[in-house]
Ligand binder design. Structure first.
Ligand code: FPP
Length: 256
């Protein structure tokens, strides 16, 4: 999927008739505060957040986004109270049990990115089955980042690449950024165009560090359970109004 479009995206994105983002990632933040504002426990917010996941998948698919990457559980989230971690695991199981059929029917390919070795075997098997079932789907790639960290992704890629060097499959001198990128979790997908973070914080929180190199960042105060197609559309419109320069000057990229 590293297509012709991907190679031309750098210049095409700066044109006035700029296309929408091909790859969007979202840090789904604010579930706990949303629940607390309603006088409920934090996990109520996570459960409500599943509905927002459904609506962004629908929106992404209908608006021509090719890849959607959602930060569901970070490597650091294990440190949350035990009960909250267990509700998040239940929700992950729930999504795998109840949503995969619908995703498949809608031609969505599901992938889980992150260190899945930390999950129990039952969950790992469910992940593998869902990925295998939806493997050929092409309307949208939905990446769920679970036990994911940007530094983990880079370290993991470095280890895989080092192994290939040791095995003689990769020449040390030939390694460049594009070679290295092939070992990163999102390899083969379009470059990340737009990173959205809900919930008011303005940081990346160890999400897609490698992939963010030239992504446009969009921060909204909307708490995740309130995030819907309308807010998503606002973020996309904002993205389309930006001039992406990729290190060039404004004059260079606006030449027809
Ligand atoms: C951050 O809000 C959100 C999470 C850590 C979990 C996101 C999970 C879901 C939306 C549900 C499950 C989704 C899938 C795809 C399985 P927070 O708790 O940090 O909110 P706060 O900043 O208000 O405390």
């Amino acid at each position: 999927m590293l297509s012709k479009r991907s190679k031309t995206a750098q210049t095409a994105a700066a044109q006035p008739d700029v296309a929408g983002p091909r790859h969007v990632a979202i840090i789904m933040d604010g579930n706990g505060r949303w629940a607390q504002k309603k006088g409920k426990i934090r996990t109520f917010g996570h459960k409500a957040g599943v509905e927002s996941v459904r609506s962004v998948v629908r929106f992404a698919r209908e608006s021509g986004v090719e890849s959607l990457t959602l930060f569901a559980f970070s490597s650091e989230n294990w440190k949350r109270p035990e009960e909250e971690v267990s509700v998040l695991m239940e929700l992950f199981n729930f999504v795998l049990n109840n949503e995969v059929k619908r995703l498949h029917k809608n031609d969505v390919r599901l992938k889980v990115i992150g260190d899945t070795s930390a999950f129990d075997e039952k969950l790992r098997t469910k992940i593998q089955k869902a990925e295998a079932l939806t493997e050929q789907n092409s309307a949208l790639v939905l990446n769920i980042a679970a036990n994911y960290g940007g530094r983990w992704d880079i370290t993991h890629a470095a280890k895989l690449m080092a192994q290939d060097v040791l095995d003689g499959k990769q020449q040390l001198d030939a390694i460049d950024e594009s070679h290295f990128g092939q070992y990163i979790c999102t390899a083969g997908l379009p470059e990340l165009d737009l990173l959205i973070r809900t919930g008011g914080e303005r940081r990346i929180s160890n999400f897609l560090l490698w992939q963010c190199a030239y992504a446009e960042l969009y921060f909204t105060d909307t708490l995740w359970p309130d995030f819907d197609e309308k807010v998503f559309q606002t973020a996309v419109d904002d993205f389309k109004a930006r001039q992406r320069r990729f290190g060039l000057t404004g004059e260079q990229v606006s030449v027809p």
